[in-house]
Design a protein around this ligand. Structure first.
Ligand code: SF4
Ligand code: SF4
Length: 482
């Protein structure tokens, strides 16, 4: 049976249809909206013929929408070992070293918190040996001639608990290699103390500090192992770093924040715009997790109503301030999809067209676990291995992962309206043993579709209110760890 994928949106009392096959957005009447909405996001031509007014079907036919689609194929982007080796031969652009699985904090929504999430590791005392970090970094940097910029990221747990290792890696690269990667540390900020400033500044290390907003918001969830609040320590360290070297601070320091409670959005926004220490450095909103949250007392930041509220604030910022979207703290969530929708190609899918978003594991990023095993996602399980620090990336393993992913996705994506924009990553639906789980996939897909639906609503709102403002939508700075 030929199926047609579509979505409908309601924006400011007007209704719209997005047609997956043609990538077109058309305005529809309230009757058509209700009928299409009742059918879901996928219908047969017979169902549409039975349900929609004949005049609408005629005009839809004339502009090519709601025609049987040429299903998107989810065959792997690469199908043999030689091509996989070729694709991997240029090396990834970024290396992430999980230098410890330990942390001095116990944030209540932490992905590694005991019992918070399914299928994700918990805090442990595992640490990476210095030699593993140095070997992996040297091996990565020896493959970088094709990339304009290479990134080496220190990640945890809390990476600053392994300061000696970080210093050793920086020193070994400076001494032994003639390359200068962009260094990056993602930290909770409590150990960002003055003794480290000279090294950070000298090596131009990008530092991303987690700060959720004003004290009452931050301290609600971000507490240390003894349950004590951390806002004062983090803001004090940021202030000292700012005082130490203002130029470095502006260029290399940024804030990562999580919105755990939608009702705090206004307070958080106000704080980031006005606080003297953080108002003039970039902020990115990180996601709690796309996987199932077991602790129902917490919320995920992908909740529909929260997205709706953010969307309204974000589109208002764009259409009334005349400023670039990057000035808005929530830009990270919206910009890349709005840009993709704005710049989409209006053309029908080709037979067996591949889903663009299925990436080749290890071609963009390699994550090194404390054991020296390689994977390709920070929050993803160590179980999905693609190699190790001794022997490098194993193309055979990468090809098998691609084939397995495609087998799972081919059962779902051809019936999905958002396949032309979907950012699915295997880490969203793999458990801690590296097995792909349909249950995790279904939960992740729900979040993805909600998010992309919100981006369509934002796009339509901006396009209708002030089309020129669409050009103000620019991506957030590169989020290395997203
Ligand atoms: S600082 Fe990061 S790793 Fe540590 S508990 Fe908080 S969210 Fe988890
Ligand atoms: S949301 Fe899920 S079903 Fe839809 S395209 Fe993405 S992976 Fe496929």
């Amino acid at each position: 049976m030929d199926l047609i994928n579509y979505a409908v949106f309601e924006v400011d009392n007007n209704r719209y249809l997005y047609d997956t096959n043609t990538n077109k957005i058309v305005e529809v009447s309230i009757e058509c909206f209700q009928a299409l909405n009742a059918l879901g996001n996928c219908a047969s031509i017979e169902q549409l013929n039975r349900t929609l007014p004949i005049e609408f079907l005629r005009s839809a036919h004339e502009c090519g929408v709601l025609q049987p689609s040429r299903f998107v194929s989810v065959s792997p982007p690469i199908e043999n070992l030689a091509d996989t080796e070729q694709r991997l031969s240029e090396g990834p652009e970024s290396l992430v070293l999980i230098v410890t699985e330990d942390c001095d904090l116990r944030c209540k929504y932490c992905v590694y918190g005991e019992g918070n999430y399914n299928a994700v590791r918990v805090h442990t005392s595992r640490k990476m040996e210095h030699q593993i970090a140095i070997r992996a970094t040297h091996s990565f940097l020896s493959q970088q001639e094709h990339h304009k910029q290479s990134f080496v990221c220190f990640y945890g747990g809390e990476p600053l608990l392994r300061w000696q290792l970080i210093e050793n890696v920086l020193q070994s690269v400076t001494q032994d290699l003639s390359v200068s990667p962009q260094w990056f540390i993602s930290t909770n900020g409590t150990a960002l103390t003055e003794d480290k400033f000279a090294t950070l500044v000298q090596n131009r290390v990008m530092v991303r500090v987690s700060l959720d907003g004003p004290q009452e918001v931050h301290d609600k969830n971000r507490v240390d192992v003894r349950g004590r609040p951390t806002f004062d320590r983090v803001i004090k360290n940021l202030k000292r770093l700012r005082d130490y070297d203002l130029d470095y601070y502006h260029k290399y320091v940024s804030i990562s924040f999580v919105v755990a409670d939608p009702e705090n959005l206004d307070t958080v926004n106000h704080f980031f715009k006005n606080d003297a220490i953080v108002c003039d450095i970039p902020k990115v909103c990180s996601q709690i997790n796309n996987k199932e949250l077991l602790n129902q007392g917490l919320t995920t930041n992908m909740r529909r109503e929260m997205l709706g509220k953010q969307r309204r604030q974000y589109t208002k910022h764009l259409t009334t301030s005349g400023r670039k979207s990057r000035d808005h703290p929530f830009n990270f969530w919206w910009a890349k999809y709005i840009i993709a929708i704005r710049d989409r190609e209006i053309r029908s899918l080709q037979p067996n067209e591949r889903m663009r978003s299925v990436c080749v594991p290890g071609s963009h990023r390699v994550v090194v676990h404390p054991s020296g095993k390689y994977s390709f996602c920070i929050q993803g399980a160590e179980g999905i291995q693609i190699g190790n620090a001794e022997t490098g990336i194993d193309a055979g393993k990468v090809l098998k992962i691609l084939t397995d992913i495609s087998n799972v996705l081919s059962r779902f994506c051809p019936k999905c309206w958002c396949s032309r924009f979907c950012p699915i990553c295997p880490a969203y639906f793999s458990d801690d043993k590296g097995e792909f789980s349909e249950e995790l996939l279904v939960a992740a897909c729900k979040d993805i579709r909600n998010h992309i639906k919100s981006a369509f609503e934002a796009f339509i709102y901006i396009a209708k209110t002030d089309e020129k403002a669409l050009q103000l939508v620019v991506p957030s700075e590169e989020l290395l760890l997203s």
